[in-house]
Design a protein around this ligand. Structure first.
Ligand code: G6P
Length: 614
């Protein structure tokens, strides 16, 4: 949802900015641009429609010198993706340049006011209004760039992470945030800024996460300062980055998504490390232990999330209700925040978010907080806005996820939810030792079982080749594999652009069954479990209508494998752990179909990984 990056220091800014944009490209990739101030004081702005590689081609024969610059990769909100609407935007007098991630909601009113003052606009964007507004305040108040930015932001309604340059001051970048992320890397006489830490990690370890309403004054000759909108100086809270650079590379895989699918044995190991003991007899999540009474006395658990994270929350519903006896609601964050939801002070709100930056989830958290609920985060990105807004939480620790379609984050989220349910059930005395230990040992065995599935990748690729023709797909599952089926359908939609629908297997006969014909394949999750027999009946209903069935079944299955057209086998495990296994072949299936169709797997059209606007 737009990536921003900036540099000021001793090195050439351009290569650092371009590399940073590549790292942030998962956030948006419809246009890109860069602004640099050269040694002789020229402000050079280059921007073009398309990906960062286009920008590099465009700028190849231009003056890209300078040790200060800002750059942007865009996911369009206001105005179609084209060269003019691309960032950076600059003031009409060519003096101030700005990059922005977010939305300025009152841009219409400000634009009219500026037009009245003689300003003209080149683009359709809200961002150009902001830069002209800053220029207007700067000129009329005859103040510093910082003061003009501060004055402008005090009148702006909306969300932003911005970085601003003034052609006449090649020693300074002003950056600010509200509801969109911004992290600043502090080096030796140099500073980096970016939407997340991935462009920064290879240069510095010391970072500062800007808080809402804070403005950073980054000057190469003066001490680094943070001042808020009310002009109060903030304490500078330096955090240490722990990010392995190799995690940001494809490591020999053709796509990040494939790499991330294959990483899952390791990411699940990382997720359970230090939480389940080696014997598989106990699980401890400090986030729960520190608030034990809250969990023991919880009236309800309300999961708020979007997309894939919402599917993980749906699996949580099965776990917490059955194992812990706690009523669960699973809410689309975007709906929850605009309803008038009933939230009790003894409710626990689980905010599930890979990025920890999804605007709707963050707003749902703020709403629940204002109603007194206890907020527990399940995030991947350490130090992200949602992680910081929660009362407690558990990181999934699966490392940076770069492919836009979420894979390893989903299995990490489900792993955390299983560990949470186990711990709460144990604390409440609702689970016997035998089942408790069997599930924990099942989790410990998960990495090896996932490896077994991954070793069948070639077979899944063959099955995918057979079904690449299809224009619609149905995905069926029951119990906790119903959300897994929805997640499988989402994966296919996101990266192959084939329409797919996830449905509870038994619900199919109430409508969806009308779609079945010999052209519409159905993927059925029919692993062993309490409703296996019922799922068999659903498969028969499809076969009776000439439908094709691809079934995900447990190793050793002899019934479904005779009925289905194609089978993919997963190892036996506890029923509540089956989503961790059945989701893997569905990820691979979607991946290979998308590759066969020549899709841009890591950066599918219209999507962005981190949606920081409503
Ligand atoms: C976007 C992404 C999805 C993701 C959703 C929620 O729509 O394209 O893959 O599931 O946001 O993201 P979060 O970071 O909150 O898990």
């Amino acid at each position: 949802m737009c990536g921003i990056v900036g540099y000021i220091g001793k090195q050439d800014a351009y290569p650092i900015l371009i590399k940073g944009l590549h790292r942030l490209e998962y956030r948006g990739y419809d246009s890109a641009g860069v602004a640099l101030i050269s040694a002789d004081g020229k402000l050079n702005v280059y921007k073009t429609k398309g990906k960062v590689a286009e920008l590099e081609r465009f700028a190849a024969d231009k003056d890209t010198s300078g040790t200060i610059g800002i750059a942007h990769t865009r996911w369009a909100t206001h105005g179609e993706p084209n060269d003019v609407n691309a960032h950076p935007h600059y003031s009409q007098n060519g003096r101030i340049a700005l990059i922005h991630n977010g939305i300025i909601e009152n841009y219409g009113v400000l634009k009219q006011m500026l037009i009245g003052k003689g300003y003209t606009f080149r683009s359709e964007t809200d961002t150009e209004v902001l830069v002209q507004f800053i220029d207007y305040l700067r000129t009329t108040n005859n103040c510093s760039l910082f003061e003009a930015v501060q004055a402008a932001l005090n009148q702006v309604i909306g969300a932003y992470a911005i970085a601003v340059l003034d052609r006449d001051n090649k020693d300074e970048i002003i950056a600010a945030r509200k509801s969109s992320p911004l992290v600043i890397g502090i080096g030796d006489g140099e500073y980096f800024l970016a939407s997340d830490a991935t462009p920064i990690a290879e240069y510095v370890k010391d970072v500062v996460y800007l808080n809402d309403g804070e403005i950073a004054i980054i000057n190469r000759n003066k001490p680094f300062r943070i001042v808020n909108l009310n002009n109060i100086e903030s304490k500078i809270d330096i955090c240490k980055l722990e990010m392995n650079i190799s995690e940001l590379e494809k490591g020999g895989y053709p796509h990040f998504m494939l790499k991330e699918i294959f990483e899952q044995p390791r990411t699940i190991t990382d997720c359970i490390r230090g939480r389940i003991n080696v014997e598989g007899t106990d699980v401890i999540l400090s986030g729960i232990l520190d608030h034990k009474e809250r969990f023991l006395n919880a009236r309800r658990i309300i999961c708020v999330a979007c997309g894939t994270s919402w599917h993980a929350g749906m699996i949580g519903e099965y776990l917490f209700e059955d194992l812990c006896g706690i009523e669960v609601k699973v809410e689309y964050a975007s709906e929850f925040r605009y309803r008038n939801p009933v939230v009790h002070p003894d409710d626990i709100v689980l905010a599930i978010s890979q990025s920890g930056e999804t605007a709707d989830t963050l707003a749902a958290v703020e709403l629940a907080k204002s109603r007194g609920a206890f907020i527990y985060g399940i995030c991947n990105v350490v130090g992200s806005s949602i992680a910081r807004a929660t009362d407690s939480g558990t990181y999934i620790h699966v490392g940076p996820e770069i492919g836009v379609a979420s894979t390893k984050a989903f299995t990490g989220q489900v792993t955390v939810l299983v560990m949470m349910a186990m711990m709460i059930a144990r604390l409440k005395g609702r689970i016997d030792t035998e089942r408790y230990e069997s599930v924990l040992r099942g989790l410990l065995a998960m990495p090896e079982k996932i490896k077994e599935i991954l070793s069948q990748a070639d077979r899944i690729k063959e099955v995918a080749a057979i079904y690449t023709y299809a224009r619609n797909f149905l995905y069926l599952g029951r119990g906790c594999n119903y959300p897994t089926a929805m997640e499988g359908a989402l994966k296919l939609k996101e990266i192959s652009y084939i329409h797919a629908e996830g449905c509870p297997a038994a619900e199919m006969k109430h409508g969806t069954i009308a779609l079945i014909d010999h052209e519409m394949p159905t993927v059925v999750i029919a692993t062993n479990g309490s409703i296996y027999e019922k799922t068999i009946s659903n498969i028969q209903e499809i076969k009776a209508r000439g439908g094709k069935v691809i079934a995900v079944v447990t190793e050793g299955d002899t019934i479904v494998s005779h009925m289905a057209d194609h089978c993919i086998w997963v190892p036996e495990t506890d029923e509540y752990l089956t989503p961790l296994l059945s989701s893997i072949p569905l990820q691979l299936f979607a991946y290979y179909i998308a590759v066969n169709k020549g899709r841009d797997v890591d950066q599918p059209r219209n999507l962005a990984k981190s949606v920081t606007v409503e």
